[in-house]
Design a protein around this ligand. Structure first.
Ligand code: FES
Length: 149
């Protein structure tokens, strides 16, 4: 199963993903599609005292997307929403010890879905307007290569 190019941490999170599943009636819900491969990611959060109290993910993405999402959920759990929304795609990839270049696009899903879930909650409580919850425009430069799986 081990493949050249994947860090131990990626493999470990892929084999034992944390926080997989669905939260019924979540406080925030984010769903994003990957423009490169067409895969899908969902993140569910509950919020308590302005912190991410519980978080779960469900993905139709590849192994790297699973590892990334598992890591994102671990990084976000317990953080304040203001801290959690600052978790970037790059932070997650770095925390995992890097991803092979052709899989970098997979790391976008986790962070993007987390941000979408937090914004969904903020819209619900009236902190931001729905139009402010639109997905951020991050550059997809250099992410054009799909892994083809
Ligand atoms: Fe689609 Fe990785 S998320 S190939």
């Amino acid at each position: 199963m081990a493949q050249i190019g994947y860090s131990k941490k990626v493999m470990e999170h892929f084999m034992n993903p944390r926080n997989v599943g669905v939260i019924e009636n979540p406080d925030g819900y984010g769903q994003v599609g990957n423009p490169v491969c067409g895969d899908l990611m969902e993140i569910f959060i509950t919020v308590k005292d302005d912190r991410v109290d519980d978080i779960k993910f469900r993905t139709f993405g590849c192994g790297s997307a699973i590892a990334v999402s598992s890591m994102v959920t671990e990084m976000a759990k317990g953080k304040t929403l203001d801290e959690a929304i600052k978790i970037t795609r790059k932070d997650v990839a770095e925390e995992l010890g890097g991803l092979p270049p052709q899989k970098m696009h997979c790391s976008n899903l986790g962070a993007d879905a987390l941000h979408a879930a937090i914004k969904d909650y903020w819209v619900k409580i009236g902190k931001i307007k729905p139009e402010e919850a639109k997905p951020e425009e991050e550059s997809h430069e250099g992410e054009g290569e799909s892994c083809g799986t």
